[in-house]
Design a binder for this molecule. Structure first.
Ligand SMILES: Nc1ncnc2c1ncn2[C@@H]1O[C@H](COP(=O)(O)OP(=O)(O)O)[C@@H](O)[C@H]1O
Ligand SMILES: [Mg+2]
Length: 251
C-alpha cells in the first residue's frame, strides 16, 4: 500500500476552485518533489494535507496509510505521522522553543497512547538533534520563531521534524527567500532523516533545492493538477525550459 494516495482531489477556497482533480501517490521511503509554476496550487495541496481551515474539499479523497485523513483534525493527522513545514513559519511569542518542542512531542505520544518522554530523555534527544543542526541552547530558550532569521527558522523547523520523526514530511519551500546556507540546512536535515520508513514531499518552484535533496520522483503541477511525473532529470529539464509549456497547456 502506498503511504499517501490523493485521488481526484478538488478543493475550493473563497468560492474559487484551486485543485481540479489532483492525483498523487507517494510510496513509503520515497522522496518526491512537486514543482510547478506560481499559482498552480502547490501550497494549497500542502494546506489541505495539513487540515488547514477554509479549504473546502468538494470531491476526491486523501488516504494516509489507507486511512481517510480528510475527516481528521490537524492534530490527529500529526499524531498519525504527518508533518508539514510551511513557507511562513508561525511565531509564538512567550513560548520557549524548547517548551514548544516538548509539548508537541508529548502531545503526539499521548495521542498514540504512548508514555510522555521523561525530562532527561527529552533533553538528551533535543540536545543531540539541535547539535546536528548547529542550534545552541540560547536559541532553544528563545520564543518560537520570534526574531529568528530565515536560516534560524529553517533550522528550527528541521529540528521539529527531527524530534517528531514523522512518517511523511511535507516541506513547502519558499526557496526564493532562502539563502544558500538555509537551503543547505534544510537539505541536510532532510537527507539525515531519509529512511525506508519515512517519505518526503518537497515542494519547490525552483530546481536549486533539488541539487541538495535529490528526489526519487518529480511531479509537475499545473492549474491544480499533477500533469507530469518523471525522474530527477525532469527537474533539470524544467530548469532549462521553464514552465511555459505547463502554463499554456492548461490555460
Ligand atoms: N486564501 C486564498 N483565497 C483566495 N485565493 C487563494 C487563496 N490562497 C491561494 N489562492 C489562489 O489559489 C491559487 C493557487 O495558489 P497556491 O496554492 O498558493 O499556488 P502555488 O503554491 O503553486 O504558488 C492561486 O491562484 C492563488 O491566488
Ligand atoms: Mg506556494
Amino acid at each position: 500500500m502506498p503511504l499517501l494516495e490523493v485521488k481526484n482531489l478538488h478543493v475550493e477556497i473563497a468560492d474559487k476552485t484551486i485543485l481540479r482533480g489532483l492525483d498523487l501517490t507517494i510510496e513509503k521511503g520515497q522522496v518526491a518533489a512537486i514543482m510547478g509554476p506560481n499559482g498552480s496550487g502547490k501550497s494549497t495541496l500542502a494546506h489541505v494535507l495539513a487540515g488547514k481551515a477554509n479549504y473546502i474539499v468538494t470531491q476526491g479523497e486523501v488516504l494516509f496509510n489507507g486511512e481517510n485523513i480528510l475527516a481528521m483534525e490537524p492534530d490527529q493527522r500529526a499524531a498519525k505521522g504527518l508533518f508539514l513545514a510551511f513557507q511562513y513559519p508561525m511565531e509564538i511569542p512567550g513560548v520557549a522553543t524548547m517548551t514548544f518542542l516538548r509539548t508537541a512531542v508529548n502531545a503526539q505520544r499521548k495521542a498514540r497512547g504512548e508514555a510522555e518522554l521523561s525530562t532527561p530523555e527529552f533533553m538528551k534527544r533535543v540536545r543531540e538533534a539541535a547539535g546536528q543542526l548547529g542550534i545552541n541552547q540560547e536559541m532553544l530558550r528563545r520564543a518560537v520563531n520570534v526574531g529568528f532569521s530565515g536560516g534560524e527558522k529553517k533550522r528550527n523547523e528541521i529540528l521539529q521534524m527531527a524530534m517528531l520523526q514523522p512518517k511523511l514530511a511535507v516541506l513547502d519551500e519558499t526557496d526564493s527567500g532562502l539563502d544558500i546556507d538555509a537551503l543547505k540546512v534544510a537539505a541536510e536535515g532532510v537527507n539525515r532523516l531519509r529512511s525506508p520508513e519515512r517519505s518526503f514531499v518537497v515542494i519547490t518552484h525552483y530546481q536549486r533545492l533539488l541539487n541538495y535533496i535529490v528526489p526519487d520522483v518529480v511531479h509537475v503541477m499545473s492549474k491544480g493538477r499533477v500533469v507530469r511525473t518523471g525522474g530527477k532529470e525532469l527537474a533539470l529539464e524544467l530548469e532549462a525550459k521553464g514552465y511555459a509549456q505547463y502554463q499554456d497547456e492548461a490555460a
